[in-house]
Design a protein around this ligand. Sequence first.
Ligand SMILES: [Zn+2]
Length: 80
Amino acid sequence: MLGFSLPKILLLCFIILFVWYGFKIIEKRTHIKKNKSSNKNNKSSASKFKADDVQDLEKCPVCSNYFLAGSKCSECNPTK
Ligand SMILES: [Zn+2]
């Protein structure tokens, strides 16, 4: 019978369940920690970067250069 007996199989099942639940609990704890830290990071990043700092870029159809939206292409219309 390959050395398997009912007590050994039961013990193996118990160990597997024990490890499985152990990992579940650890995963839950790390998930909660991650959520807490990510919330803090979001708050700090939101205060660091204001919405005004982000500017859209438009692609020039002539030279395919990217320039700030609302202004003219710096390559086709040099300011100097
Ligand atoms: Zn251009």
